[in-house]
Design a protein around this ligand. Structure first.
Ligand code: TPP
Length: 706
């Protein structure tokens, strides 16, 4: 090992000039001094969070000098200060993030410091969950490949480079997350140009690597991945790091496959300022780590090889100190974001899917379509219009095996919604994914940050949960947390709901209210074929992430069929549709309960109760104006949804009606929803659990007679 390092040192030293060696040292020092400054400022309560890159500097500068800002793509971990300095992010910009300044380029005061992001250098906004970024990197790498293969994309030449690399880093602790393994699997399956850097400082907060990783050595575990270049190095040794990163980068640039560099580093400053490593790391271990400090090692190398003398090193340290102090003085007086801007950038400030621009007339064509046909045709038309649209998910392709495609009819999704898309648009734009929901959404996020338009499918709502972290903490927050510099507009299509007579607990779930609680996502929930076409087109053309809920029971009904409304038909979000006029009671509903409410209203008519049925069509945003105008007219309200009553979205609407329209009510707001149980397999049990027309009828009668 020692001899190998010596060779690498000799080689690397030979091809870096004196100026380059000094620049390497200065960057490492600058990174450390910025950490020190932030620690000081945190102690003075001038900043609010600090996490350091101390001990990781050597391998990060090695990566920074090898990779190309604004050419390659970067998904750095929170320890990557030295890399980001090397890429071009300035100390002043970093300190703007620390003080939460308005002009912080990473986030405009929305995100903690050291969660890097800078559009100028292709550094994509980072979050705090460990490991989520790895899937974004895979998606970003895929985006480059898709741009290279889809000539119809008009501006693609400016969007990728044939030999670009996507860099992503993470700690050895984060490699325990499933997303890391999903990412490696996809990167190796598709031979994607991703460079994974594992920064192994031996601990994840207080958990040592031997408790974290089987055998205590992550690179040993991943060596079986086909096509993956793997190297394991001392990441506190700059020359060993440079040599390993260069070799890995050359492998990836040559399109031989992905690479993974496992760098053993140290963490001299505890996990963060909230942690004290003395509580779990004995003194001897800490002293041994200190002897490997990358900055001390590099300055010793420079000195012992006559590259610099002590005076020059001292002068450099003083110059770094001056630069850091100047940047801090400036950052501390930088303007803060005004409180009035707290709600900016949850959604796109440029494209408003509730606006008249999305209100386009229907031009009906042909015979009535089912909801399945309407969605399928909309996808086909939109993919023809916009070559940036990519469709992927489980089973969505017609046939993954190319040689099979001419011989078979094609699968096109378990419900056939995507049938024929692969045949029409090719397997670069329509493809199957591994059975891994987090990877479907996470890859979509990475692609969307590079301006592709992913329209992905989660096969059943019941299985969306592995993707919840990607949806809640990544997709919905990307724009907000990056201060509107990054966004990931994409569509997640999800078959939802029950009434299947045998769907059971895992093919019948509802739960739109869970996602309505995540600021940053729009939620559409059509009940007719025509609405599905219009709302899906709006979802695709708008600039926000959209959860598009398709009720399985409504896919092939005859009562909600409609003539395909044409290639440009859109329905603005936040516009409810009055399905039935009525004067006595207003029923607010959506999804499968629209039809059940209509049947209940017909029955109520026999009692001379006239019930209006309002189909919300979108949950986020929901059409409060229309709700309010009808409540003021009928003075009596029932809210009916398939989801459980407890914490269902009806609770939100009911509370708002009670709060804002109390003086217009002649009866309490009644809600109809499922019981608080899973949906049972036995059809009788299912019927008892899910709300039926008879339940809505009873609520209408009780409300009318109150
Ligand atoms: C998904 C998730 N779980 C837990 C945490 C809390 N947390 C923050 S950092 C960290 C340890 C990370 O260790 P590692 O990946 O080895 O990186 P290191 O901090 O050691 O550089 C934990 C548990 C988190 N941010 N995200």
């Amino acid at each position: 090992m020692k001899a190998v390092l010596k060779d690498r040192e000799a080689h690397a030293f030979a091809d870096l000039s004196r100026d380059q060696l000094l620049a390497v040292h200065r960057c490492m020092l600058l990174s450390r001094k910025l950490d020190d400054k932030e620690i000081q400022l945190k102690g003075q309560s001038q900043i609010f969070f600090q996490i350091s890159g101390a001990g990781h500097e050597a391998v990060l500068v090695a990566a920074g000098v090898t990779l190309k800002p604004a050419y390659d793509w970067f998904f750095p971990y929170y320890r990557d200060r030295a890399l980001c300095l090397q890429l071009g992010i300035t100390p002043y910009e970093m300190l703007l993030a620390a003080v939460g300044a308005r002009d912080d380029p990473a986030s405009g005061g929305r995100q903690m410091p050291s969660h890097w992001g800078h559009p100028k250098y292709n550094v994509v906004s980072g979050s705090s969950p460990t490991g989520t970024q790895v899937l974004h990197a895979v998606g970003a790498a895929e985006a480059g490949v898709i741009y290279s293969r889809v000539p119809q994309i008009p501006d693609r030449a400016s969007r990728y480079h044939d030999d670009e690399i996507t860099y992503v880093s993470l700690g050895e602790g984060a490699t325990s997350e499933g997303e890391f393994w999903e990412a490696l699997n996809v990167a190796c399956t598709k031979h994607l140009p991703v460079l994974f850097l594992i920064e192994d400082n031996g601990y994840a907060i207080s958990v040592p690597v031997e408790v974290q990783t089987a055998g205590g050595d992550i690179s040993r575990l991943v060596r079986g991945f086909p096509g993956l270049h793997v190297d394991s190095i001392d990441g506190t040794d700059f020359f060993a790091s440079l040599s390993a990163i260069r070799e890995a980068a050359a492998y990836v640039r040559a399109r031989k496959g992905p690479a993974l560099v496992h760098a053993h580093v140290i963490r001299p400053y505890s996990h963060s300022l909230s942690d004290d490593e003395k509580l779990y790391k004995p003194a001897a271990e800490r002293e041994a780590e200190a002897r490997r400090d990358p900055i001390a090692r590099f300055s010793e190398f420079l000195r012992s090889n006559g590259v610099v003398n002590d005076d020059e090193l001292a002068a450099m340290a003083a110059d770094v100190e001056r630069e850091v102090n100047e940047a801090a003085t400036k950052a501390l007086v930088a303007p803060k974001p005004p409180k009035s801007t707290a709600e900016l950038w949850v959604y796109s400030p440029d494209v408003d899917p509730t606006s008249a621009a999305f209100d386009t007339p229907a031009r009906p064509e042909g015979k009535p379509d089912t909801m399945v046909e309407a969605i399928n045709r909309t996808l086909k038309d939109e993919m023809a219009r916009d070559p940036r649209i990519v469709v992927f998910g489980e089973d969505v392709a017609d046939a993954s095996k190319r040689e099979a495609l001419p011989l078979v009819k094609g699968k096109g999704g378990v419900f056939k919604l995507t049938h024929g898309l692969q045949r029409l648009y090719g397997d670069d734009r329509v493809f199957n994914s591994p059975l891994a929901e987090a990877s479907i959404v996470g890859r979509g996020i990475g692609m969307a940050t590079r301006k592709l338009k992913p329209v992905v499918e989660i096969q059943f709502f019941d299985y969306i949960w592995p993707a919840m972290m990607q949806i809640r903490d990544e997709m919905t927050m990307m724009r907000y947390r990056s201060g509107n510099t990054w966004s990931c507009p994409m569509v997640i299509r999800v078959p939802i709901g029950g009434y299947l007579r045998g769907g059971g607990p895992y093919h019948s779930q509802s739960g739109e209210s869970i996602f309505a609680h995540c600021p940053g996502v729009r939620i559409a929930y059509p009940s007719t074929a025509v609405d599905a076409a219009g709302l899906l087109r709006t979802a695709i053309r708008c600039d926000d992430p959209v959860l598009f809920l398709e009720h399985k029971h409504l896919y092939r009904q005859t009562y909600n069929k409609g003539e395909y409304p044409g290639k440009d038909f859109m329905i603005p979000f936040g516009r409810a549709s009055l399905r039935r006029e009525g004067d006595h009671v207003l029923v607010i509903t959506w999804g499968a309960l629209v039809q059940r409410s209509l049947l209940a209203a017909q029955q109520a008519e026999k009692d001379h109760i006239s019930a209006a049925i309002l189909d919300l069509r979108t949950i986020v945003p929901y059409d409060w104006e229309t709700i309010a105008s009808h409540v003021k007219r009928t003075n009596r309200v029932v809210i009916a949804h398939e989801d459980q009553l407890l914490c269902g979205f009806g609770g939100e609407i009911g509370a708002r009606i009670a709060g804002e329209l109390f003086e217009h009510l002649d009866a309490p707001v009644r809600r109809v929803g499922a019981r608080s149980t899973p949906v049972a397999y036995n059809p009788d049990l299912e019927e008892a659990i899910l709300p039926q027309s008879s339940d809505i009828l009873k609520a209408i009668r009780d409300t009318a007679r109150y």
